[in-house]
Design a protein around this ligand. Sequence first.
Ligand code: NDP
Ligand code: MG
Length: 389
Amino acid sequence: TFPKRIALLGSTGSIGRQTLDVVRRFPEHFRVVAIAARSNVDLLVQQVQEFQPDLVTCFADTPEVEAKARALLPQALIGEQGLLAVATHGDADIVVAATSGLVGLMPTLAAIGAGKTIALANKETLVMAGHLVTQAAQRVGVPIYPIDSEHSAIWQCLRGEETNSIHRLLLTASGGPFRSTPLEELKSVTVKQALAHPTWSMGPKITIDSATLMNKALEVIESHWLFGVPYEKMEVVVHPESIIHSMVEFIDGSVKMQASLPSMHLPIMNALAYPERLDAAQTDFIRELRWADVASLHFESLDLERFPCFHLAVEAGKRGGTYPCVLVGADEEAVELFLAGKISYLEIAQLIEAALERHQSIEQPNVAATLDACSWARRTVRELWKKRA
Ligand code: NDP
Ligand code: MG
């Protein structure tokens, strides 16, 4: 039932901005009641003027940001409590979790506790704490709708189907910018090359994760939790055009797939409007898929030697315990070091592997142990890097 009232975590990011694009085009359907951002005060000011949320919060990671936020947004809640306040806002029906990285976990759990429907973009949350998040959601009876394009595709393919009819989930991967780069050239690829994704425009962290295929492995782990499907029943197919966003193969041999031009607006629209669908004609951002223009679609199998992060990450997911937390923390730190020009592209996988090897996992970690394992991994990667440098 519309209008739905939205609380948006990470309004100034790539997913956050696209969420607001959708709200702008469907004013009868949605109202933004609360928003949270970290450092982009200028954009936050514009968003507040346009969408007039009842609650605006800014994490403010530096004193300069804090001073600016206090001057330009005197009504804003500044500091750490912002995400939690937005996630549990009394008027919100649905919480869009679109912050990057680890900070999404606590507010997502709080939103579930407050009975909110979750529209989840932040994959780290499910990867690190899939058992905590899914158990909490089941206990309270709140649904988690995926925003990631692959999961949105699978979610759409599974409508009206029984879980025991699933033979396999087939996640598609574009293969990123280095799909066919000669292996010996991977040593020397630059940050700029890694940031040039062939089909998707996204935030920097996830773009690097797409180049290493860490992103796809995180999506495999996420699918395990979202759809309750075991790892043996998941496969990744490289599909460079990013038109088929994922597929489900059923036990009778039938395969369903979801197709559209690459756009994050569509999965956002799906998650916000479910069970209804919104009319793309009302937007200027959903382009019609003209099959004649597509001409051909390609599929190939994944080259594990080229993408060492993929195997490392899926294994960490399968082992469970605190390994997935270490994976997420180590990857965040390694990608930051790479983006800052401090390590080479191939060292990303090496540092993550070294951190996983040194880790002593805990079974069934609680929230504190989850976050501890993440920070341990970040520290460990930093120390390993310093020793090398
Ligand atoms: P961005 O880096 O573009 O945006 C992150 C957002 O989170 C920004 O609004 C940022 O604020 C905010 N933020 C970060 N830390 C805090 C904090 N402590 N308190 C409040 N706000 C904070 O990321 P993306 O939008 O690309 O990705 C978001 C999530 O969605 C990630 O987990 C990613 O993996 C996932 N995802 C993204 C896709 C995409 O196409 N971009 C596709 C599928 C999944 P500010 O900018 O003000 O600092
Ligand atoms: Mg994706």
